[in-house]
Design a protein around this ligand. Sequence first.
Ligand code: AMP
Ligand code: MG
Length: 300
Amino acid sequence: MVVLQRDEISAASTFLKGGKLVAFPTETVYGLGAPIFYVRSILEIFRVKKRAMDNPLIAHIGDLSQAEDVAVEIPPIFYLLAEKFFPGPLTVVLKKHPLVPSIVSAGLETIALRMPNHEIALELIKSVGQPLVAPSANLSGRPSSTMAKHVIDDFGDSIAAVIDGGKTQYGMESTVINLVSKEPCILRYGAIVPEALEEVLQRPLVKAKENEKGSSPGICYKHYSPTALVVVFTDREKMRCYMEGRSSCLFVCEKIDSYNLYEILRLGDEEKCEEIVIYCDEKNSQDRALMDRLERAAKK
Ligand code: AMP
Ligand code: MG
């Protein structure tokens, strides 16, 4: 894979227009991109990530007018949310435009879209001239990539290029909200807290149950998991006792936050540890996105 610098957007754009895959930074995590109307490239995304074909992709738009290229019957609250949170780490599920290939939404009649708040991503979308679909640039089930090195470790030469934009700003995925359901609801906790959305919508938001119709198919899969076992503690004393009794190779993290989470999980594997033992202080255990990812990472 070629490592491109931030001033090499046109090379990245040439790869994408030639049907090759390019990973790029966003403010959340790195995405693995393909133009939204390039069905063959999108199939290749599923293949290289080993992603289940029923797990839909997020369309990344470069300006608000592109929302109308991928969605129809857009409700006014979309524009309310967009005004406040675009560009930014909010993904909105709307009714899909019939011209968007069904592989993008894994056969669903809805489409998830967001506008990333990252110069490189926005410039790349502009240069390609159409929205880019971009799932997180990691092998399915593995921790997301928050730096170019993670993308290289996961994909090697199976994709054409990665644009190196350094470590991502949030290190946590976008919050996903469904505007197609009867009442707007959160499909995935992420970088924007629900309270901020509630303030704009002027109503309380519920979290969709995972098995509920219309919920996010991707959240049902094993996710964010390193090879090592992940064990999480919110009580320091319990953590100390646990570690005392272990003879296996432990990777110990005393201070976790959503910014460092994926880096820590990947480091544990890199150092070939059998277990990653994480302490979460009281403040961090209030962070729903972080706790959600930790819970999934810790699933055996
Ligand atoms: P990632 O694959 O890491 O980019 O995550 C994308 C997330 O968006 C997954 O949890 C998907 O299930 C979710 N998603 C994408 N499209 C839709 C959709 N049309 N409806 C509901 N969730 C979606
Ligand atoms: Mg992902």
